[in-house]
Design a protein around this ligand. Structure first.
Ligand SMILES: NC(=O)C1=CN([C@@H]2O[C@H](COP(=O)(O)OP(=O)(O)OC[C@H]3O[C@@H](n4cnc5c(N)ncnc54)[C@H](OP(=O)(O)O)[C@@H]3O)[C@@H](O)[C@H]2O)C=CC1
Ligand SMILES: C[C@H]1O[C@H](OP(=O)(O)OP(=O)(O)OC[C@H]2O[C@@H](n3cnc4c(=O)[nH]c(N)nc43)[C@H](O)[C@@H]2O)[C@@H](O)[C@@H](O)C1=O
Length: 315
């Protein structure tokens, strides 16, 4: 990519896409294409083809997807598999047809088997059964990886796939019906503190372990890999450090200033018992996460408690 390359960031209003745009602008890239889902529905093949035909982007970050937390995945399986398969197939095929130089596809750590050995190495893909709460989404993400690999093998397209761990940061989804755990707990503790509510409900047992990466670090990794990685094999992006949901809840309660009781709602699913990425491959390539979980949560809370509550579309 040079500073005048035409770069399309699909999903640029979302958590990941908006962080990639911020990072690209900071690095000096000047020609960035952005479209909301209202302007361009990526599930629609002819709209996507017309867009690529007209704009001819040279580089594509595919960060548009139907995304949600454990409950949304569990109750909307058809939307999660259909929307993601359509978006991936349309964007990847158009990037091929209209000769994009390179495409980066965002997968997810949920593509790995539910009971895989930890930490999760890239080669564990398709070696076991998936977690049931998000299997349709994971299958769509695996299809995205395979699309990139197939277009590389048959046509020589430089399409790469990255597998981030659980993410958080500015522009996250704070809607309690479909958000991930970290923004959900931030909002619950913040509102309970303001209203003086004595207790907050945390879903599941509090025992599952998750790894969290600050989205600014993820955007940095995506730009790094777009510049330096040209192989079809997937690459994990994370910190390599995990904590329990109970530990995360305690940390967020402290940062938000909530001093009440934390109650575990075991009628809600735990999901995968443990998900921690092996990040030795990306580390060997020369990239490391920089932001500690505490620092990232503090920065996110600073944003959420001031601008976020007013600016955030997904509350
Ligand atoms: N958040 C996380 O913890 C993780 C995310 N990822 C991956 O990162 C990528 C981005 O996720 P994230 O930023 O969190 O998700 P968000 O929900 O924050 O953003 C997704 C974006 O996709 C766009 N989008 C959704 N449907 C369509 C559509 N039909 N047509 C056009 N655009 C559409 C939305 O556009 P608009 O706003 O205009 O409606 C939205 O901006 C996804 O591929 C996800 O799988 C991977 C691991 C963890
Ligand atoms: C990124 C990843 O995200 C999803 O998987 P997940 O890691 O299970 O996501 P989650 O953040 O929603 O939950 C993590 C843990 O936290 C617990 N938990 C507690 N309290 C709340 C709570 O209030 N909200 C939520 N959502 N979870 C809560 C919850 O019960 C679970 O044990 C995938 O579907 C898939 O989309 C994917 O790829």
């Amino acid at each position: 990519m040079d500073l005048n390359s035409k770069i399309y960031v699909a999903g640029s209003r979302g958590l990941v896409g908006s962080a990639i745009v911020r990072k690209l602008k900071k690095l000096g890239y000047k020609n960035i294409l952005e479209k909301t889902s209202e302007e361009l529905d990526l599930r629609n093949q002819s709209s996507v083809e017309n867009f690529f035909d007209t704009e001819r982007p040279e580089y594509v970050f595919l960060a548009a997807a139907k995304v949600g937390g454990i409950l949304a995945n569990n109750i909307l399986p058809a939307e999660f598999i259909y929307n993601n398969l359509m978006i991936e197939a349309n964007v990847i095929h158009s990037a091929h047809k209209y000769k994009a130089s390179k495409l980066l596809f965002l997968g997810s750590s949920c593509i790995y088997p539910k009971y895989a050995t930890q930490p999760l190495k890239e080669e564990y893909l398709l070696t076991g059964e998936l977690e049931s709460t998000n299997e349709p989404y994971a299958i769509a993400k695996i299809a995205g990886i395979k699309l990139c690999q197939a277009y590389r093998r048959q046509y020589g397209d430089n399409f790469i796939s990255v597998m981030p761990t659980n993410l958080y940061g500015i522009n996250d989804n704070f809607n309690l019906d479909n958000s991930h755990v970290l923004p959900a707990l931030m909002r619950k503790f913040h509102e309970a503190k303001l209203s003086g509510t004595p207790s907050v409900s945390v879903w599941g047992s509090g025992k599952p372990r998750r790894e969290f990466l600050y989205v600014e670090d993820l955007a940095d990794a995506c730009c790094f890999l777009m510049q330096h990685y040209n192989d079809g094999e997937i690459v994990n992006i994370g910190t390599g450090v995990d904590i329990t949901i109970a530990e995360l809840a305690a940390m967020i309660a402290e940062i938000t200033g909530f001093t009440g009781e934390i109650i575990y709602d075991t009628t809600k699913p735990d999901g995968t018992p443990i998900k921690r990425l092996d990040v030795s491959k990306i580390n060997r390539l020369g990239w490391y996460a920089r932001t500690s979980l505490k620092a990232g949560v503090e920065k996110t809370y600073q944003w959420f408690s001031k601008e976020g509550l007013m600016l955030c579309r997904r509350i």
